[in-house]
Design a protein around this ligand. Structure first.
Ligand SMILES: Nc1ncnc2c1ncn2[C@@H]1O[C@H](COP(=O)(O)OP(=O)(O)O)[C@@H](O)[C@H]1O
Ligand SMILES: [Mg+2]
Length: 405
């Protein structure tokens, strides 16, 4: 089995998928813009060959170069787990006649309006929304949708340029902030708890499924720097509260024609129990979500994903043993990290539950919290009991404080 894998070393978690593919005996043909000499040793060891391209995000150029590179060689798969490359992989699959999702199918996972239209066409509940390109169109859409409403880019990520608009008075200032966004979605604000539904699919059916709860909701976490965002995998997926969302998730996969691989969906649960679709990608969630899922079941999804997409098999146990919580920290102040309060005590008290502590070390420059959910680092912990896992996460959020100067 020969598989082309796009961006095998960047972002860093891609290195784990490269490893997963190699470990199940696949010859991995990596394509990326990391110079060959700068590939980490462990990645190099897992690659059968590597094509360095000038810019991995330049789709036409990448397609042309990969086509020339593979001339006369047959490959069995073309894979990508980075959101910005899933369409490039689909184009390459179509070009080589390799099995997997087509460009049209993958578009349903990339374009938020098309996605909602396809999901709604299957009779599923999505936020009432309009695609708007001008301020005039946005005003007209706001009139029809009413307040509160959400304005966000059609192809956004990480809650960038996403706003909740409370009333008419707030509309104009928000539109003024969004002038650089080419195409936006103006949509009904869904008030409710926000969850994920994550899978590894084989032919559109989840061989593995996961739900996380966001505490608080991503838009709130991305708007307030003082918050330490928390995401917790839910150990018990059989509870009534989640049944609607998981059912919705499975139907969304069918509606969008999911094939093999990871999916990452977001959904809302309103106080009256109604569930509403948020968005979905045909790739894994970022910000260490795959690590969290691995800690939930003590498995290696990097490898199982490879097995699923290459051989249509999933061998790891799916028994859920823990609720795994990740707590992202943001330092107070700008510049370099100078001090971390409460960490040593927390680690001593909860050493049985903390599985990773990856806060930036003293002296390291702060990261831009608007650009990366990981912010100034994270703590990952797990506990079999849901309430306890959440309590520990809240304690880490409030009692550990990072400072920068
Ligand atoms: N219609 C909506 N109703 C309520 N909240 C929303 C809505 N759309 C987006 N949000 C909030 O904004 C966040 C980011 O929007 P999302 O569509 O997930 O884009 P992104 O690709 O940036 O994650 C969501 O996680 C949610 O908290
Ligand atoms: Mg989102």
């Amino acid at each position: 089995m020969k598989a082309v894998f796009l961006a095998p070393s960047y972002p860093p978690e891609m290195q784990e998928y490269t490893r997963g593919l190699a470990e199940i005996g696949v010859d991995v043909y990596g394509v990326g813009d990391t110079p060959r000499g700068a590939l980490p040793e462990k990645v190099r060891g897992h690659l059968a060959d590597y094509l360095q391209v000038p810019r991995i995000l330049e789709e036409d150029d990448v397609v042309a170069r990969v086509t020339a590179w593979l001339k006369g060689r047959a490959v069995d798969r073309v894979l990508a787990n980075w959101e910005v490359l899933v369409l490039t992989a689909a184009r390459l699959r179509e070009r080589f006649g390799v099995p997997g999702m087509t460009v049209d199918t993958v578009n349903g996972f990339r374009d938020k309006q098309l996605m909602k239209e396809r999901v709604a066409a299957a009779g599923l509940r999505v936020p009432h929304a309009f695609r708007v390109k001008t301020v005039t169109e946005a005003r007209a859409a706001a009139e029809r949708i009413g307040y509160p409403l959400i304005l966000k880019p059609i192809s956004g990520a990480g809650s960038a340029d996403t706003y909740k608009v409370e009333d008419d008075a707030a509309l104009e200032p928000t539109l003024a902030k969004m002038l650089h966004v080419g195409e936006a979605s103006c949509e009904e604000f869904i008030d409710g708890e926000e969850f994920t539904f994550d899978t590894v699919c084989i032919d559109g059916r989840p061989a593995f499924a996961n739900v996380c709860q966001y505490l608080p909701k991503p838009l709130v976490a991305r708007t307030n720097e003082w918050i330490s965002p928390v995401i917790v995998t839910v150990r018990n997926l059989d509870q009534a509260k989640l049944a609607g969302g998981i059912g919705l998730g499975r139907k969304v996969l069918t509606a969008l024609g999911m094939g093999d691989g990871f999916t990452h969906m977001e959904w809302f649960r309103k106080p009256n129990g109604e569930v509403v679709f948020g968005e979905i990608g045909c790739r894994p969630g970022g910000a260490h979500l795959v690590d969290q899922m691995n800690y939930t079941c003590d498995i290696d999804l990097f490898r199982e994903w490879a097995r699923a997409v290459c051989f249509g098999e999933f061998r790891a146990p799916t028994v859920r043993k823990y609720n795994a919580a990740i707590i992202f920290k943001r330092a107070i102040g700008q510049g370099r990290i100078t001090r971390v309060d409460g960490l040593r005590e927390f680690l001593r008290r909860y050493r049985d539950y903390v599985v990773e502590e990856k806060l930036l070390p003293i002296g390291a420059p702060r990261r831009n919290w608007k650009h990366t959910l990981v912010s100034d680092g994270y703590i990952l912990l797990r506990h079999p009991d849901w309430d306890r896992a959440c309590e520990l996460a809240m304690e880490a959020a409030t009692d550990i404080t990072m400072y920068a100067e």
